[in-house]
Design a protein around this ligand. Structure first.
Ligand SMILES: [Fe+2]
Ligand SMILES: [Fe+2]
Length: 195
């Protein structure tokens, strides 16, 4: 399998520590878990582990921010939230993290897009999109019904794992009468359509 990426990168220790210093508590541990899982998935499915690790380190960098701060970043970086993102504003952290990744850490477009869609998925997900979405879902500190099954599937097939994760997430959202983002529906339809 060939490595599909926009170019190799080296994340030096200073950059890594700068990113980690902006995270605390559970988010710090989760991010390290996500970095580990992303590197493993990258190695298993033929992607550059450095790039996957860098995207994972950055994926939740704005998660701690308040609604006002998220909306401020949207304004600043020309991000237009959809109706669902306005109501479920925590979803915005993927898109705002991608903006910070680009402007403060010079992450390229492929990495930023994977960060931006890590909460919802999207149609036509790239290999890196899949790796980051799944690393976030299955990393070691995650502990919820179905996570073991997702980890098992992730040893074998990324698309099968994604379908399992989308189905689980959507079932959970429906059970809790929560809004469903159109990109998640599009992502699931896309996975099913290409089988
Ligand atoms: Fe996140
Ligand atoms: Fe996360």
């Amino acid at each position: 399998m060939t490595t599909k990426s926009m170019g190799t990168i080296t994340v030096d220790e200073t950059v890594r520590q700068s990113i980690l210093s902006r995270l605390s508590g559970y988010r710090y541990t989760h991010t390290l878990g996500c970095e580990r899982a992303a590197r493993q998935l990258a190695l298993r499915f033929g992607y550059d582990p450095e790039r996957a690790g860098f995207a994972a380190l950055l994926h939740d960098i704005t998660k701690r921010l308040s609604k006002e701060e998220q909306l401020y970043l949207c304004e600043k970086y020309d991000i237009i939230p959809c109706d669902i993102e306005r109501r479920e504003w925590k979803m915005l952290h993927g898109r705002t993290a991608a903006a910070i990744a680009a402007t403060e850490y010079y992450a390229d477009a492929e990495i930023c897009e994977a960060i931006a869609c890590h909460t919802t998925g999207r149609a036509n997900m790239t290999l890196l999109d899949k790796i980051i979405y799944l690393a976030d879902y299955i990393e070691d500190t995650r502990d919820f019904d179905g996570v073991e099954r997702a980890r098992e599937l992730a040893q074998i097939d990324l698309d099968q794992t994604l379908l399992y994760c989308f189905n689980s997430s959507l079932t959970d959202l429906i059970a809790r009468n929560k809004l469903i983002h159109a990109d998640t529906v599009a992502a699931r339809n896309w996975i099913i359509g290409k089988r």
